[in-house]
Design a protein around this ligand. Sequence first.
Ligand SMILES: [Zn+2]
Length: 76
Amino acid sequence: MAKEYWVYVNTSMKKAQLHTSKCSACKFGRVLKSDAAFSNDWWEGPFDSREKGWEGAQKAATQVGGAPSKCMMCRP
Ligand SMILES: [Zn+2]
């Protein structure tokens, strides 16, 4: 199974964090994705490479006025 990359975005925390599809935090986020329209956080993805994922994280970080980061759990 190919690894996918997801970016967790949170506007109130000014956060854009890169995760892999194997991350337990990521799976949790994907379950909540349907509620994105009512929330100040959401997931962007999937990205099919680490480079594209990181680009997505940088773009999202600019949107929320923060800095992109990487998950400490799944180490993308
Ligand atoms: Zn993660």
